[in-house]
Design a protein around this ligand. Structure first.
Ligand code: AMP
Length: 282
C-alpha cells in the first residue's frame, strides 16, 4: 500500500473517520521524525494490531526548553517516508507548526504532579509541551489506539494521566525499548554523539545492567543499588550524571526498597548530548 502524506488537520481527521465508519480500527504513532528501529517497532506493532496506521512526523517546538536543540534536531523527511512505507504505515501526518498551534502557544496543558520530578525537574516546561501536543494530535487523529515507547518512561506516565484525566477515548499502548546491539537505547539524539562519545555513552545502559545484576543477586536497598549504578557512570569521566531514580512501576513515586516491580531510570549528559534510559527490575 503506498504511503499517503497528509499535512492538513481536517484531511487526516477525515481519513481516520472514514476508516472508522467502516467499523475498523486505526492506530496512531506520534513521533518527531528522524526515525529509527525504536520508532519502527511502534509502527509495526500498530500495523499488527490495528487495521490502519497513521504516524505523525512533527518536531514539536513547545517541548524544547530555551537553549535546547529544537533548531538542530535532525529532520529527515524523505528517509522517514520511505521507512514508514516499508513498515506498513498508510498515512504520514506532517503538519506545520501553524497547523498545530493556530493560536500560538497560549493554551497549555499541565498534567500536575507526574510532570514535576525527574525529567520535569531537569526540563521544567518539557511535559507541558508534550501533554499539549499529544492532546492536539489526538484531536487531529482520533485513532482507537496510540503507541508510545517505554524508552521515555515518564512520558508514558504523563500521557496515561492526560488521557485518564481528560476522559479521552483512546487506548494507550506502551512498547519495549529497542536497543543497538551494544546496548545503547536507540534515540534520534544519538546522531549528535561523536564516535568517542558514542563509546562513552555505553556507561548509561551499563549502569542499569549492573543494577539489575545486583538486584538479581539479592540487593533490595535503593541506596546500595544507586551506588552500584553511580560507580559505573563515574568510571567514565566524560559522562555527567543527572539522576538515577527508582520508581514504583506505573508512576513516578520513588521507592526506598525493591518490594515490587520497580523502574530504574537514568539521565546523564555525554558532551552536549543528554541521554535517558530505564529498565524494569522485578
Ligand atoms: P520521539 O520521536 O523521540 O518523540 O519518539 C517517538 C516515540 O518513539 C515515543 O513514544 C518514544 O518513546 C518512542 N521511542 C523512541 N526511541 C525508542 C526506543 N529506542 N525504543 C522504543 N521506543 C522508542
Amino acid at each position: 500500500m503506498p504511503l499517503e502524506s497528509i499535512s492538513a488537520v481536517a484531511d487526516v481527521r477525515q481519513w481516520v473517520r472514514d476508516r472508522q465508519a467502516q467499523g475498523v480500527t486505526v492506530g496512531f504513532v506520534p513521533t518527531m521524525g528522524a526515525l529509527h528501529e525504536g520508532h519502527l517497532s511502534l509502527v509495526r506493532r500498530s500495523v499488527g494490531e490495528c487495521d490502519h496506521t497513521v504516524v505523525s512526523l512533527f518536531v514539536n517546538p513547545t517541548q524544547f526548553g530555551p537553549g535546547e536543540d529544537y533548531e538542530r534536531y535532525p529532520r529527515r523527511l524523505e528517509d522517514d517516508l520511505r521507512l514508514l512505507e516499508s513498515a506498513g504505515a498508510e498515512v504520514a501526518f506532517t503538519p506545520t507548526v501553524g497547523a498545530i498551534y493556530p493560536d500560538g502557544d497560549d493554551l497549555t496543558i499541565d498534567v500536575g504532579s507526574v510532570a514535576l520530578p525527574w525529567e520535569g525537574a531537569s526540563r521544567p516546561t518539557h511535559f507541558r509541551g508534550v501533554a499539549t501536543v499529544v492532546a492536539k494530535l489526538f484531536g487531529a487523529v482520533p485513532a482507537d489506539r496510540a503507541y508510545f515507547g517505554r524508552k521515555d518512561y515518564q512520558q508514558t506516565v504523563v500521557v496515561r494521566r492526560l488521557v485518564e484525566a481528560l476522559l479521552m477515548p483512546i487506548e494507550i499502548v506502551v512498547c519495549p525499548i529497542i536497543r543497538e546491539p551494544d546496548g545503547l537505547a536507540m534515540s534520534s539524539r544519538n546522531a549528535y554523539l561523536s564516535p568517542e562519545e558514542r563509546q562513552q555513552a555505553l556507561a548509561v545502559p551499563r549502569s542499569l545492567e549492573r543494577i539489575e545484576q545486583a538486584c538479581a543477586a539479592g540487593e533490595r536497598d535503593v541506596v546500595a543499588l544507586r551506588e552500584v549504578g553511580k560507580a559505573v557512570l563515574n568510571d567514565t569521566p566524560a559522562v555527567a550524571f543527572e539522576y538515577l531514580a527508582f520508581l514504583a512501576e506505573g508512576g513516578v513515586a520513588e521507592v526506598t526498597r525493591l518490594d515490587g516491580p520497580t523502574v530504574v531510570a537514568v539521565a546523564a549528559r555525554v558532551g552536549r548530548t543528554r541521554l535517558i534510559d530505564n529498565r524494569l527490575l522485578a
